[in-house]
Design a protein around this ligand. Structure first.
Ligand SMILES: [Zn+2]
Length: 676
C-alpha cells in the first residue's frame, strides 16, 4: 500500500508531499478506485429500502481516498509537472473516467437514487439535502442513466475519448510554451523594457548558459515585452509566436483536436436529448439557456461597442502622431495603450510596483480578510511543501478555531502551467458531527525576485492575487455538510463572484493604505497615485469589455450549434469574431487552438460567466460602498449567505438573501464608465 492510500499521519492531515514518489501514483489510484468501488457496492447491496441517508448521503461521502489522491496528483500536474507525471496522467485519466462512468451507469445504484428522488415530497429534507438529492439524481440522468444499453456504451466511449483529447490539448500548449525562446544579443533590441524585465531576461539567458537576453512565452516575460519593447518587428515576432500555439501544422497542432472535441460534445448532448452542448451545460447554470447567454452578451456588446470604437480611434490617432503608424496591429495594442495611458494618467506599472512588494500584498489580502471576516493567518513551517517556493499558513477565526490550511505558490517554473488559479487538497465537510476543515491553495505566475530587487508586483498581479484569494476565501469559509456542495462547488456563473468582488478592495484608499507601502522607504502610497489608479482603472474599458464578449461569443459559437458544419477552425473563428474585432486578423494565429479555458478546462459554454459574475460583483460591491467597505454587517451577510453556503441552494436565492434584491447590470456599466 502506498503512502497515498493511508490516512495521512501528518500535522492537520496535510499531504505528505516529500514522501510521495511518482511510482506511487498508479498503484495508489488503482487501490483507491478499488476501495471506492467497494463503498458503492456496500450501498447497492444494502438490504434495507433506499433512504436519503443510506443512499444519497452515503454516496456523497464515498470515494474520499480516491478524491484525496486525485487532488494531489492533478494539482501537481498543473503546478509541478514533468514528463513522468504527464505520462501517468495519460494512463490514469481513462481509468478515472471509466470509474465515474461505472458509477453513473450503475443501474442498481440509480434505481436506489431514483427511488429516493421519486419520494422527495414525502421526505423531511433540509434545503441542503434537497439540493444534494437533485444534484445526485441529475448526476445520473445527465450522464445517461435513463438511456438503453447500446447508447450507454456509446456515451462511455465518447467520455473516454474526450478526456484524452483534453489532456493532449493542454500538453501541446505547455510544450509550445516551453519550446519557444527569443534570444536577443543586441542591447538596442530590449530598448523600452523596464530595468526589472531586462534583468530577468538576462538572468534567464544566464541560467541557460547563454549571452544576452532571453524572452519566452511565459507571461512574466511575454507581457512586459509586449507592453514596453520599442522594437515593433520583435513585438510582432513574439506576438505571432504566442498566438500560433497549437496552430503550426506539426505534431503539437490542436486544430483536429478542437474539431473533435466540439463534435464529441455535441454528439454527447444529442445522445442525452439536448439540442447542443451549450443547452446541456446551461441547464445547470444561473443563466439557464444559450438564448439567455447570447442576449446577455449582445446587450453588453451594444453598450460597449461604441465606446470601444471611440477608444480604438483615439489609440490609432495617438500611434499615428507618435510613430507614424498607419495601421494598428495586435502587437501594437499593449505598447501604445501603455504609452497613451502614461500620457493621460502619467502612471505606469514601474511607478506603482515599488508599493506592491509581494510580501506586503499578501499581508494586505490577509488584513482585508481579517477586517471583513475576522480571519487570522499564521505562517507555519511544520507541514510538507511540494516545492520550496510554496508558502504555508494556518488560518484561524476570531475565536482561534482552525478555519483552513492555506498554500500559496507564487512564481513561474518550467513545470507549472500559465495563469493563476485556486484549488484544494482537502474539501470541507461535516461528518459524524465533526466539521473537517479544508486545505486550500492558490497558484500564480508572478514576477520573481531578482538579485537586486524583491518580487514587486504589477497592479494587475495585485488584483490577480486578490482574485485568487477571493476564491480561496470561498473555499476556506465553507460550512456545509456535504463535500460535493462545499466551498467553490457552485454553478460556474456564480463561482467568480467571491473572487471578482475581492478585487474591488485593491482600488480603495482605505484598503491600499493598509499594505501599499514603498519597499525601500516604507512610505504609504500617495493619495495622488491612488486617485490615478482609480481614474485609470476604466481606461479602455470599452475595448476590454469587447474582448471578453468576443471570447464568450467564440465559446458559444463552438458549443451552441451542431459543429459538423465547421470544416476549418480558423475560418470559423474569424466569422465568430465578426462583430467584435478591431484589429486586422493575423493569418498565422488562431485563438481556439490554445483556448485552454474551453477546450482543456471546464469553461465550455461558460466563458460568458466572467462578465456575468462582473455584474454580480459590481452590484455586490456597490452594497459595500453604500455602507462602508469594511462594514462588518455587510461582510457578515456576505459570509453567511454566499461564502459559507457553497452550492447548497440556488445561487439567485442566496444572492437575494445577501443583497435583498436581484443583481442589476447597471452597477457594472456604471463602474465601467459605460453609462453615467
Ligand atoms: Zn477566478
Amino acid at each position: 500500500m502506498t503512502v497515498l492510500n493511508k490516512s495521512f499521519n501528518t500535522p492537520y492531515h496535510t499531504a505528505p508531499f516529500s514522501k510521495i514518489k511518482s511510482a506511487d501514483y498508479l498503484p495508489a489510484f488503482k487501490k483507491g478506485i478499488e476501495n471506492a468501488k467497494a463503498e458503492i457496492d456496500a450501498i447497492t447491496a444494502n438490504p434495507e429500502d433506499p433512504t436519503f441517508e443510506n443512499t444519497i448521503e452515503a454516496l456523497d461521502f464515498s470515494g474520499e481516498e480516491l478524491d484525496r489522491i486525485s487532488s494531489i496528483f492533478f494539482n501537481l500536474n498543473s503546478a509541478e509537472t514533468n514528463d513522468e507525471i504527464q505520462k501517468i496522467a495519460q494512463e490514469v485519466s481513462p481509468l478515472l473516467s471509466e470509474f465515474s462512468n461505472d458509477i453513473t451507469l450503475n443501474e442498481k445504484l440509480f434505481k436506489r437514487v431514483k427511488a429516493v428522488y421519486d419520494s422527495k415530497s414525502t421526505l423531511d429534507l433540509t434545503t441542503e439535502q434537497e439540493t444534494l438529492l437533485d444534484k445526485k439524481y441529475k448526476g445520473f440522468s445527465r450522464n445517461g442513466a435513463n438511456l438503453p444499453e447500446d447508447k450507454k456504451e456509446k456515451l462511455r466511449a465518447i467520455d473516454k475519448e474526450l478526456s484524452q483529447l483534453k489532456l493532449k490539448f493542454g500538453e501541446h500548449i505547455l510544450a509550445e510554451t516551453n519550446k519557444f525562446e527569443m534570444l536577443l544579443t543586441n542591447e538596442d533590441d530590449i530598448s523600452g523594457l523596464p530595468d526589472g524585465a531586462k534583468e530577468a531576461a538576462k538572468q534567464l539567458a544566464e541560467s541557460k548558459d547563454k549571452d544576452g537576453w532571453l524572452i519566452t512565452l511565459d507571461y512574466p516575460s511575454y507581457i512586459p515585452f509586449m507592453t514596453y519593447a520599442d522594437n515593433r518587428e520583435l513585438r510582432k515576432q513574439l506576438s505571432i509566436a504566442f498566438g500560433r500555439k497549437g496552430f503550426q501544422n506539426d505534431e503539437l497542432d490542436n486544430q483536429d483536436i478542437v474539431l473533435k472535441i466540439a463534435k464529441l460534445r455535441f454528439d454527447r448532448a444529442q445522445l442525452l436529448g439536448y439540442k447542443s452542448h451549450a443547452h446541456f451545460v446551461l441547464e445547470e447554470r444561473m443563466a439557464q439557456t444559450p438564448e439567455k447567454v447570447t442576449s446577455f452578451l449582445n446587450e453588453l456588446l451594444d453598450k460597449a461597442k461604441p465606446a470601444a470604437k471611440t477608444e480604438f480611434k483615439k489609440l490609432e490617432d495617438f500611434a499615428k502622431d507618435l510613430d507614424n503608424i498607419d495601421q494598428l496591429q495586435k502587437w501594437d495594442s499593449g505598447y501604445y495603450s501603455e504609452k497613451l495611458k502614461q500620457k493621460l494618467f502619467d502612471l505606469d506599472d514601474e511607478q506603482l510596483k515599488p508599493y506592491f512588494k509581494l510580501e506586503n500584498v499578501i499581508d494586505g489580502a490577509f488584513m482585508v480578510a481579517n477586517k471583513l471576516f475576522g480571519l487570522q493567518f499564521e505562517e507555519i513551517n511544520t507541514i510538507d511543501k511540494y516545492h520550496e517556493d510554496v508558502l504555508t499558513y494556518k488560518v484561524t477565526d476570531s475565536e482561534g478555531e482552525l478555519v483552513s490550511i492555506f498554500y500559496a505558490d507564487f512564481f513561474p517554473r518550467a513545470g507549472k502551467r500559465n495563469g493563476a488559479w485556486m484549488t484544494s487538497y482537502k474539501p470541507q465537510l461535516i461528518k459524524e458531527g465533526v466539521n473537517e476543515r479544508p486545505h486550500v491553495s492558490i497558484v500564480c505566475n508572478f514576477t520573481k525576485p531578482t538579485k537586486s530587487k524583491p518580487s514587486l508586483l504589477t497592479f494587475n498581479e495585485v488584483t490577480t492575487l486578490f482574485h485568487e484569494f477571493g476564491h480561496a476565501l470561498h473555499g476556506m469559509l465553507a460550512n456545509t455538510t456535504y463535500p460535493s456542495l462545499s466551498g467553490t462547488s457552485v454553478y460556474w456563473d456564480f463561482v467568480e463572484l467571491p473572487s471578482q468582488v475581492l478585487e474591488n478592495w485593491c482600488y480603495e484608499k482605505e484598503a491600499l493604505e493598509l499594505f501599499a507601502t514603498h519597499y525601500e522607504t516604507g512610505e504609504v502610497i500617495p493619495m495622488e497615485l491612488i486617485d490615478k489608479i482609480k481614474a485609470s482603472s476604466t481606461f479602455h474599458e470599452g475595448m476590454q469589455t469587447l474582448r471578453q464578449i468576443s471570447f464568450g461569443l467564440l465559446d458559444m459559437s463552438w458549443h451552441g450549434i451542431d459543429p459538423s458544419e465547421i470544416k476549418d477552425v480558423k475560418t470559423h473563428e474569424v466569422e465568430a469574431f465578426g462583430d467584435t474585432s478591431l484589429y486586422p486578423d493575423v493569418a498565422e494565429n488562431c485563438m481556439s487552438t490554445s483556448f485552454s479555458h474551453i477546450f482543456q478546462g471546464g469553461y465550455s459554454s461558460g466563458y460568458y460567466s466572467y462578465k456575468w459574475a462582473e455584474v454580480l460583483d459590481a452590484d455586490a460591491f456597490e452594497y459595500f460602498k453604500e455602507e462602508g467597505i469594511f462594514n462588518k454587517e455587510i461582510a457578515h451577510k456576505f459570509k453567511t449567505f454566499v461564502l459559507s453556503q457553497g452550492g447548497t441552494e440556488d445561487p439567485m436565492t442566496l444572492y437575494k438573501k445577501f443583497r435583498g434584491q436581484e443583481p442589476k447590470p447597471e452597477a457594472l456599466l456604471r463602474r465601467a464608465g459605460l453609462v453615467k
